[in-house]
Structure formats: C-alpha cells, structure tokens
Write a protein that binds this ligand. Sequence first.
Ligand code: BGP
Length: 458
Amino acid sequence: GGAVAANQFEGGWNEGGKGISVIDVMTGGTHEKMREITNGIEADKYYPNHKASDFYHEYKSDIALMAEMGFKCFRTSIAWTRIFPSGDETEPNEEGLKFYDDMFDELLKYGIEPVITLSHFEMPYHLAKKYGGWVNRKVIDFFVNYAVTVMEKYKNKVKYWMTFNEINNLIDTDNPFNAWTGAGVLYEDNENIEQTMYQISHYQFVASARAVQRAKEINASMQVGCMLHFGPIYPSSCNPQDILAGIKAMDKRYFFSDVHVRGYYPTYTLKKWERSNIQLDITDEDLKDLKRGTVDYIGFSYYKSTIAEYDKIHDFIEVQNPLLKKSDWGWAIDPTGLRIILNEVYERYQKPMFIVENGFGAYDKLENGIINDDYRIDYLRNHISEMKKAIELDGVEVMGYTPWSAIDIVSASTGELAKRYGFIYVDLDDQAKGSGRRYRKASFEWYKRVISSNGEIL
Ligand code: BGP
C-alpha cells in the first residue's frame, strides 16, 4: 500500500468543524530555513498544512488512483481535531466522524484496508495552550476518550491501529519541533528538559497502553501497534569504544519500543533516572497498565542510517556516513540498513514488523505531464529487495509495507510540498499555487507491477 498523515495531506484545516492543531500554527520552511511555531494563526504568515494536498475535497479521486495501483492497504491518521476540535470536549464532532466514515467506505469499496494512526503530529492546539500539552496527566484521559470514540465508531471498518507516530522523536530534545508536534510542549530554558521529556513519554506510554486494552474490549480482532522511527546507528570504527557508543546510541530508540512491547521500564533507563535524579509522576496503576497494554506489532518508519562516534562528554555523537550517497536533504541512502534493523528489532521482540514509512524525498520535475522519478524507483526497489531477504533468508515476520508517501504531501520537517515522496504528483507548489491536478509518476506504473506480482517484479 502507501502511507500519508492527515495533517500533511488533507488540508480543510478549519472545515467540517475541525479545530486548530499544533501543526496548523507552523509556518512553511525550507531545507535551510526552519519552520516557525506562531502563537495562534497570524494573518501575514503562510501555513502549508492548511490546504496541504486538499485530500479533504479530493479523497474520492485520490483513492481511485490508489486502487488503480492495486493498494491492499492505506495508512493515514485520523486528525484528532476533526473528532474533538479542542480536545477536552466530552462529545465528538459528528461532521468529523462522518468524513472518516465516508473515507473508509471509499477505501473498503476497492478492498483497501485502512491502517490508522491515532496521533500523527496533529494534537489539538487548545490542549497545548490550556493544559500545557502532554506534561499534564489530564491529556491521557482526553486521548483515551478520543481513541475509544473512533475505535468504537469504526470497529467494523478498521482493524489495524497505531498510537503515537514516531514517539521516539521525543528523546531528541534539541529540536523544538519534536516536543511541539509530538506532545504540544514548548520547553522553557530554565526547566529540567530531560525530566519533562521522560514525563511526557510516560504519559503517552500509559495512554497507548490504555488504548490497547480498550481496543481489545471493543473488537478482539483489532491489532494495535506502536510507531517509531528506526534506523541502524553504526559504530564509527572497530574501536570497542565506538562499538559501545553505537550500542548506547540505539538505546535512544529501544527505550520506547522496550516499554511499548515489553510493558515495563528497562534497567538502563532506571539507572539513568537514578544518576540524573529524575523523579517522575508514575503510579502503580500506570505500571499495571503498561504491563497489560503491550502492543501487537511494531510499526516503524525507515529512511536512513546514521553513525555514532565515542564522545567522552556526551557518550556519543552522531556523524555522517562517508560511504553512503545522500538525498538532496542529506539523508543517507542505505537499503541494507533496512534488513539490519528488521533483523535486530525482530530478534529483540519476536513481534510482527510493519514498515509504515519508507520513501525518498526529491525535487521531482513535471515536464509535459511526465515525471521521471527513476531515482525513487531505484530507492524503493533496493529497499524492497532487502526487505525480501529479511523475510526469505532471515525469517523476519513482516506484516506490511506502506511506502511514504502514496501521493505528494507537505513535508513534516520543512513544510515543503516540493520535497516530494509520492507515486502521484500533485501540481501545487510551496505556496499552494498550481492546478492541484494529479499526475501519475513513472513510479506509479512500476509500483502497480510490484503490487500485482507481490514483489516478484521489481
Ligand atoms: C517522518 C514522519 C512523516 C514524514 C516523514 C518524512 O518523520 O512520520 O510524517 O514526514 O518523516 O519526513 P519529512 O516529511 O520531514 O521529509
């Protein structure tokens, strides 16, 4: 299939009763210029997610194009603010529920299985402003109310769910976008940022665990996954210190999947909290929830790999790989890294793996209605080949593959529509100017054959 996220795709940011989300106050940026988080909507600023690719109005024709490629599933998110515009209401917005009801019916009409992320960088702005976002334990209940409402509503249309998109972004506290898009939090300079990050993470772990338990009560056949960004972090040399640096660097990622999958905090984290004197609000009930609400599968995004080099002050620093080619945004192209991460994560947890993002962002060119994206075909062909080796040679259980992105959408990090990932080109530029017409790229026909041959014809 293919993947997108509501906030990067739908547009219709204030239609159908939808409330403002944290991404709706983020202006457009570029590879060089950071996006800005404004205080509310400022009249003279440009917000790319307001219109995005306008799927909100184009969904029937876009889904018909996905069906033409032969999609068996389509990963997207439900925009929390379409269902609970402010986030703290008790009753849902019926217009929002109807939009997804109609959209899921359109997918199922073609036999396309919806795969739904509950929170993908688009939580209600009101929860950030009034409650401080996920630093507030109350947000757990608001999230669970939202999750239960949609799981109940769509219990016979959606079987596969995920809770928090790339929850492990939170650990990189030096990028303010991670806490803002992932938790509605803007760190203050004078606070203990690391303590706040772990507290936010804890509340999201508890919220995820409660959602998993409620899912099973609603429909026992539901499968709920976690969602992380995964990629190998290689040691920069065969020096044992660098090897250890690589292992400790991976703990940044494994911390999140360990809690989601095993249901308790790993010892390396407890020791970290002890030596950093991190005191969290964790109740016995929370710990019981974590244990009872472990996930059914591991959803993850794979784009690139990185390198860790021993550093006596920070344990390790991440450096670029001189042996790998990079995308125009500097992301290392490493298909073997996908096979490596599939092996390492599967052997760690023995849970089914779902690659819910894998793709190549590029400046595609539309010339006379043609987009020749052979570079994207190469990237995907090589990654699918490595995925096949992981399945056929290494015995990894891979339950699905939904490349990012089914169709051109707004980039999360830069807000650019020009950073294109889709099999389908959308004729809009970074200021939402253009016909909005859809064009099949070269990769569209290629991927259609990949799907119809179930990966035999690459
Ligand atoms: C992941 C997100 C997606 C998507 C992707 C590509 O972080 O889960 O939302 O955006 O990365 O990144 P970008 O859009 O920044 O190029």
